[in-house]
Design a protein around this ligand. Structure first.
Ligand code: ADP
Ligand code: TRP
Length: 323
């Protein structure tokens, strides 16, 4: 019996190489070994996107991104989160089992609070909707970037709590985090994130790649001076795409003799070589949006069947079902 693997991406902006190396690449690698489900987390995106047309576009974009990186609808179930509305019902049930102080410890909420943002209830409740996503389909493993680890822990706690109160119903999932990647740094050295404007788009055009790479800030060391690869923002990105040239670059950094300009030019070439085939595939897929919608419809149908079965069990155990 294959294990079940599930993950989702929020349609809130352009997918970047941090998303890819941190999480999405594992999606592709895992679809042969697991029963995989991948969805577009549009209910989650609603906590920050409040324009209907924009949300539609961003959601379809993620579906196309999934296909472009190599997710195969013959192997994996690809679906839209809101096509399975049962997940919001399950999140409500989890709400009734979870205390407010427990959710107040979640990073995303604490960060928003610290920034004095007006936090909507959806942001506060975000981890429980995510727990519902994961537990609904009996996921064994959830591939995510390191920043999502706490959310998986919340899903585990929630499964255990429900099972304790109502009897064994949910599997306790494990996170799958790529050890040597963990957090991909952005062009400013902070975590690469849509919200920091420090990203390199996974499907970026050459001129965009060039602009971003050549603009990475560096210190003022001259060409001949030795440089520390472990603190260089350019080198951190070489580690993702410069493969067989990496050791040579590291030696040249340590010995001196390579300037940041040359390092960036090499990075640009390697980044371009990595992105170009993905971008071409993405363009090809975008030519036929109806085919993409059909894939989602089929995936959502399968996901709904699984969810409906699980919810029957949950409704029975909780006493919502009177039969
Ligand atoms: P963003 O921070 O850009 O809004 P998301 O929160 O939509 O990204 O993340 C989607 C997936 O990509 C998650 O699994 C997340 O852990 C992963 N991810 C996002 N940024 C990075 C990063 N810089 N390094 C590693 N993984 C990342
Ligand atoms: N919270 C995740 C993110 O920001 C997206 C997400 C929603 C997710 N539900 C999920 C990821 C369930 C894995 C499993 O990236």
């Amino acid at each position: 019996m294959k294990k079940i693997l599930l993950s989702g991406v929020k349609p809130t902006g352009t997918v970047h190489i941090g998303n890819y190396f941190g999480a999405m690449r594992q999606f592709v690698e895992s679809q042969n070994d697991y029963h995989s489900l991948f969805f577009i987390a549009n209910y989650h995106a609603l906590t920050s996107v409040s324009q209907g047309e924009l949300l539609k576009k961003l959601s379809l974009d993620v579906a196309m991104d999934y296909l472009a990186i190599g997710l195969d609808p013959k192997k994996a179930t690809i679906f839209l989160q809101s096509d399975v509305p049962q997940v919001t019902e399950l999140a409500w049930i989890f709400n009734t089992l979870t205390t407010v102080p427990y959710l107040m410890r979640a990073h995303a909420y604490k960060d928003a609070e610290a920034k004095n943002k007006e936090v909507n209830v959806g942001v506060f409740d975000y981890p429980l909707l995510m727990a519902a996503d994961i537990l609904m389909y009996d996921a064994d493993v959830v591939p995510v970037g390191l920043d999502q680890k706490q959310h998986i822990e919340i899903a585990r706690d929630t499964a255990q709590k429900f099972n304790r109160i109502f009897g064994d119903t949910f599997k306790v999932p494990e996170p799958l985090i790529v050890e040597n990647v963990k957090t991909v740094p952005g062009t400013d050295g902070r975590k690469m994130s849509k919200s920091y404007g420090n990203t390199i788009g996974l499907f970026a055009e050459d001129d965009e790649i060039k602009k971003v790479v050549m603009g990475i800030p560096t210190d003022s060391k001259g060409v001949d001076e030795p440089k520390d690869p472990s603190t260089c923002k350019v080198f951190a990105l070489h580690e993702l795409v410069s493969g067989k040239y990496l050791e040579n670059l590291r030696q040249r950094y340590l010995a001196g003799g390579i300037g940041y300009k040359e390092s960036k030019e090499i990075l640009y070439e390697n980044m371009k070589a990595f992105i170009a085939p993905l971008r071409d595939r993405r363009k090809e897929i975008a030519r036929d949006p109806d085919a993409v919608l059909a894939i989602l419809r089929e995936g959502s149908e399968k996901a709904r069947q699984l969810a409906s079965k699980k919810m029957n069990e949950v409704r029975e155990r909780t006493g919502l079902d009177l039969k």
